[in-house]
Design a protein around this ligand. Structure first.
Ligand code: ZN
Length: 389
């Protein structure tokens, strides 16, 4: 079909709910239109910072009422809240229709809450991808958080929520005896457990049994009368902060997966004297001595497996190595980690609030680009980042 994608996305970004809905449908249906919408969003430099909160639980646990209450609570704090309700068994996607019935309790479509149901029709790349795409569109349009609710706890539903920043598993009293028999899958993916209908008899027991087998927080709520909702919102906020940190860590591990110790810098009074031990006794042959005028040192590298030892001798009493020896005596002065792209590494560390001595790389011995991280940020160690040509 011939949509003016640019115009459509522009209208959606400007607040048109109709255009937003259309954009989600295009993304959901996959193919060239979905790709085009994605391209426009990419151009906007989307940062994926909106909280994605997944809710799952057995049918009848009152999830949709709870989702509405949570959405209202988040909206009350001034957020625009997106809700995606996913039902793999339903052939329909679109408005407030879920399963084969109209969802009666869908929140009123205010400007603050956008509700969308999603069935298996069309979702060419699978419901999980369609759902993630819809969440991206919502985020681009300023929605945060995005609540993703599944109707049941089937395998595809678990797959859909497991990518959320925080997963809430909704339980109800009466399941107590069955906790052991509940699919292990949903117990594993839960970051927080909400015992809904907490005014019913047996609620305490259910919470108690959950706490006995889980390390995740268990919060008692009543979606009907609003009890516990505030506590649940607080718990979600805390958990999503932790989730974000973990995600950042995972991403940087990916970027820096080739990290290794490049060398260990040792401050010595005299390279020549020290070589008496390292060459004479240990039998490591030095690769020649180089002077790095900028840092007021002479440097000798001694290959040591995949890494090297770097002997540092000061060439001036006011150089950093001279000052180090004056304060600590001879010894390990810094540890250098090899990075593939020092500019990117510095940028990333700066963004994370790491204290840097050098914000831009400088010349190091052997033609390397180096920069130092402040010991205050590195557990008391002067840490050198080192990119080899
Ligand atoms: Zn070094």
């Amino acid at each position: 079909m011939n949509w003016d994608i640019d115009k459509l996305v522009e209208d959606a970004l400007a607040g048109s709910r109709r255009s937003l809905s259309k954009c989600i449908s295009l993304v959901e249906n996959g193919g060239a239109d979905a790709h085009a919408v994605r391209l426009v969003l990419d151009k906007l430099g989307q940062r994926k910072t909106a909280k994605r909160i997944g809710l799952t639980g057995p049918p009848g646990s009152g999830k949709s009422t709870l989702v509405n209450k949570l959405a209202e609570a988040f909206a009350k704090d001034g957020n625009r809240v997106g809700i995606i309700a996913v039902d793999p068994s339903s052939p329909y996607s679109g408005g407030a229709i879920l399963g084969d019935r109209v969802r009666m309790d869908a929140p009123s479509e205010t400007t603050d809450i956008f509700f969308r149901s999603m069935g298996n029709r069309g979702a060419a790349g699978g419901l999980s991808d369609a759902c993630a795409g819809a969440a991206d569109v919502l985020e681009a349009c300023g929605y945060n958080p995005i609540l993703i609710e599944t109707v049941g706890v089937g395998q595809s539903e678990i797959e859909i929520v497991r990518h959320a920043d925080v997963v809430i598993v909704v339980m109800v009293p009466g399941l107590g005896d069955e906790i052991q028999s509940i699919k292990a899958g949903i117990l594993e993916i839960g970051d927080v457990f909400a015992v809904n209908k907490c005014d019913l008899p047996g609620a305490d027991r259910t919470a108690h049994e959950l706490r006995a087998v889980l390390s995740a927080p268990v919060v008692m709520v009543s979606a009907m009368n609003g009890e516990g909702i505030e506590e649940l919102v607080k718990t979600i906020s805390l958990l999503s902060q932790t989730a974000r940190q973990k995600k950042l860590l995972k991403e940087s591990e990916l970027k820096m997966k080739t990290l290794k110790i490049d060398h260990v810098g040792i401050a010595v009074n005299s390279i020549e004297e020290s070589l008496g031990f390292y060459e004479g006794m240990l039998g490591i042959k030095a690769e020649g001595v180089e002077e790095v005028a900028e840092q007021k040192v002479k440097v000798a590298f001694l290959p040591c497996g995949d890494s090297e030892l770097e002997l540092l001798e000061s060439t001036s009493p006011d150089g950093p190595v001279a000052r180090f020896i004056e304060k600590n005596g001879e010894g390990v002065q810094h540890i250098a980690i090899r990075v593939d792209d020092i500019e990117a590494a510095l940028e990333e560390l700066k963004e994370k609030g790491v204290r840097l001595i050098d914000e831009t790389p400088r010349y190091g011995a052997g033609g390397a680009s180096i920069a130092f991280v402040h010991p205050k940020s590195a557990g008391g160690v002067l840490l050198e980042l080192c990119e080899r040509k």
